[in-house]
Design a protein around this ligand. Structure first.
Ligand code: ISE
Length: 339
């Protein structure tokens, strides 16, 4: 660690999330500084690095991880590049915050689980940022307190204003519904055992070939059922809502009732435009907690097991989507390191 125990962080990947994390570590988070920025586009990395004191630009993640001023790694490159970067980080025994997905499929996620078990301790926190959102944290605490009794159902809505023209049906599961998969597992403390996907006649505003919206159902090993309305082209803004229906009551989050106005004969409030805005505080808290835990020599938060389980549920989801059939999730037994 560098001066006064400040954590030197290498940010790998400088797309939308990576660039936002560089800004966050540089300007928002305490106890850490960006000492390396890595991108296969060397010019892009350099543009970001020159704006930060003591920050070096790299185009090769391995070179950054070998640098003496790099104590920890934040991976925000595209999913297919994660496995190699994670394994390189393990070689140096560096703590990692890895944006979702851990890796793009369960076979590669399993290789990460195995490699981390060979290290003998947890090193990876997966970037499921909703777990750090104030409302989600309140819902989790309420469900864990048992005050509402056993959760029976969850209704979730996940709406994006729009998506790129290259957004596919598989991405709808792997990039978007994956958040509900993680939240359902975490909130309920249960594993998802089966997935069913139903598709109404598509929105005429959806990109060619994208069947949007879709209704995704999860069944869990605790007997709960979760339904997710995934609507990636709703047009009006970004909305993420969840309602738990329990034996003694219900609890709902995501209504965004913070500022209501009355004017010109109408009442209303604002809807966030996208996830960077909606979950800004959650991202800040996620990265701050990662830095704090890392400086204490600990690893917390969503683990590589959570990344693997999400990948396995996504695989079942993509199969269910293609076949229209209820599809079972195939999971290995949870290794001792993750219990
Ligand atoms: C995106 O990748 C995200 O992670 C967002 O949270 C999600 O709302 C969006 O649908 C995904 O494309």
């Amino acid at each position: 660690m560098t001066q006064q125990g400040t954590l030197g962080v290498a940010v790998i990947g400088t797309g939308k999330m990576g660039a936002d994390h560089v800004r966050r570590v540089d300007q928002v988070i305490s106890g850490a500084r960006v000492t390396a920025v890595v991108d296969i586009d060397a010019g892009r990395a350099k543009d970001l690095a020159v704006r930060i004191d003591g920050c070096t630009a790299y185009s090769d993640p391995a070179a950054a991880m070998a640098a003496p001023d790099v104590d920890a790694v934040l991976i925000a490159s595209p999913g297919p590049a994660h496995e190699a970067a994670l394994l390189q980080a393990f070689e140096h025994d560096l703590p990692v915050l890895c944006e979702k997905p851990l890796t793009p499929d369960s076979a590669s996620a399993l290789r990460i689980l195995q490699a981390e078990q060979r290290l003998g301790h947890r090193r990876v926190q997966v970037g499921f940022m909703r777990r750090y959102d104030t409302e989600y944290m309140k819902l989790k605490a309420l469900l864990d307190s048992g005050g509402l009794g056993r959760p029976l159902l969850m209704h979730c809505r996940h709406r994006n204003a729009s998506v790129h023209s290259y957004f596919t049906n598989e991405m709808l599961i792997n990039d978007s519904v994956v958040h509900e998969m993680d939240c359902a597992r975490w909130l309920l403390g249960q594993e998802i055992t089966a997935v069913t996907v139903l598709r109404p006649t598509p929105n005429s505003h959806a990109p060619e070939g994208l069947s949007d919206p879709q209704l995704v159902l999860f069944e869990t090993d605790g007997g709960a059922i979760v339904n997710v309305e995934m609507f990636a082209t709703c047009g009006f803004g970004y909305q993420v809502q969840a309602e738990a229906v329990c034996e003694r009551g219900t609890a709902r989050i995501g209504e965004a009732h913070d500022l209501m106005t009355n004017t010109a004969g109408r009442w209303g409030g604002d809807i966030a435009p996208d996830f960077v805005v909606r979950f800004e505080e959650a991202y800040d808290r996620e990265v701050q907690r990662w830095v704090d835990a890392t400086r204490r020599g600990e690893t917390e938060g969503p683990s590589a097991w959570d990344g693997y389980a999400a990948a396995a549920v996504c695989e079942a989801g993509v199969r269910a989507q293609a076949t229209g059939e209820r599809t079972l999730v195939e999971l290995i037994e949870r290794p001792a390191l993750y219990r």
